[in-house]
Design a protein around this ligand. Structure first.
Ligand code: TXA
Ligand code: MG
Length: 338
């Protein structure tokens, strides 16, 4: 075999060694070199790269196996840095940003040419957010570029809320996971856009619709994704998403339970009868939606490792965070709905 072919063979089989650690400086050094780093945020962990470097950004799509048509969020350290990369911030957007940033909120704003088109898949608007996690804010302060970062999971799978969840899906593909503990919110940011003076909700998330309406003093418009189901604007709008590997059903699909012997149950505050306690995961025995939301993805990751034939999951009251969690549960169970 020729020497060059041997080298090619070695290169194909060389995997990146993934280190998990707490060094913000090490994360910054790698990002400065155009490499990918998983970063903690209060919502979910992100798979980050220099958002101004096309090559680094293209690695995100490759590692995540995400379609290039699905735009990324840019993460900034403060509002002043955001304003350098967008051409206009509408008045309602400013009001909402002042109330909720740093925090679990993403705004779609008019982009300038400073941002490569690959970050937002050639769209006019760029998704921007200031995350509220002390390590990631320190990291952003060390860098002179914003971080492009989708959730640090393989496309369509459950988002990670712990460093170990990232390592399970991305170990061998990225050099560093910055461990910042368990994400405090546990569900992705709420995505809002602004058209003709209206505030439009594109993705339910960690900030509730009620909180946004209180802030702006009027109703938000819910984007009707059924009108564009062939070409979702945000991946959260794809019908099958946020899914574990084990088949997952809504507990409402009660007829299924009779046909499956070995299943786990993820509930809100009450266990169900005739199922061993060790096969059940209660998200918040004290009935707190904030705690349930923090635990939701962790429960999905945990139950997915238990080798059940199926997982059944509860629904939440359609208020506040309950609505955001129901959205994710609907998407996770969509594939198995009749
Ligand atoms: O909480 C979060 O938002 C996390 C953390 C890491 O910040 N990030 C996250 O990113 O959830 P990702 O890529 O998994 O989801 C971002 C969503 C996608 O559904 C994407 O389609 C949508 O935002 N999005 C991004 N840019 C957009 C744009 N210009 N127009 C419409 N949707 C956009
Ligand atoms: Mg995601």
């Amino acid at each position: 075999m020729e020497y060059s072919n041997v080298l090619l063979g070695i290169c194909i089989f060389v995997q990146v060694i993934t280190k998990t650690g707490h060094s913000i400086q090490e994360a910054a050094d790698l990002l400065n070199k155009g490499q990918l780093v998983a970063i903690p945020t209060e919502t979910v962990y992100g798979l980050a790269a220099n958002g101004l470097d096309q090559d680094a950004v293209s690695q995100i799509f490759k590692v995540k196996r995400r379609p290039l048509s699905n735009p990324l969020i840019l993460h900034f350290k403060d509002l002043n840095s955001v304003s350098k990369y967008v051409s206009h911030i509408p008045t309602e957007a400013k009001k909402i940003a002042q109330e909720f940033w740093p925090g679990p909120l993403t705004l779609l704003l008019e982009k300038t040419a400073k941002i490569p088109n690959s970050v937002n898949s050639g769209k006019q608007k760029i998704a921007v957010r200031i995350p509220n996690h002390p390590d990631t804010l320190k990291l952003l302060a060390l860098l002179d570029f914003p971080l492009a970062a989708p959730s640090a999971n393989l496309y369509g799978r459950v988002s990670p809320t712990k460093a170990a969840h990232v390592s399970k899906q991305l170990s061998g593909s990225i050099p560093y996971i910055l461990d910042g503990g368990m994400s405090s919110k546990g569900i992705e940011s709420t995505i809002l856009g602004f058209e003709n003076g209206k505030t439009i909700l594109y993705r339910l998330g960690a900030i509730t619709t009620e909180e946004i309406e209180d802030c702006i003093g009027e109703k938000v418009f819910i984007y009707d994704h059924n009108l564009i189901s062939d070409q979702p604007i945000t991946s959260g709008m794809v019908n099958y998403h946020y899914a574990p590997q084990t088949p997952i059903y809504d507990i409402g699909d009660i007829s299924k339970i009779e046909t499956i012997a070995n299943f786990g149950y993820i509930g809100f505050n009450k266990t169900i009868d005739d199922v061993p306690n060790e096969n059940q995961f209660l998200l918040s025995p004290e009935s707190d939606l904030n705690i349930a939301s923090k635990n939701l993805y962790h429960a999905l990751h945990y139950m997915d490792e238990k080798q059940f034939d199926a997982i059944f999951i509860c629904n939440f009251p359609q208020i506040g965070l309950g609505r955001s969690m129901n959205d994710r549960i609907n998407k996770a169970t969509a594939k198995y709905k009749k």
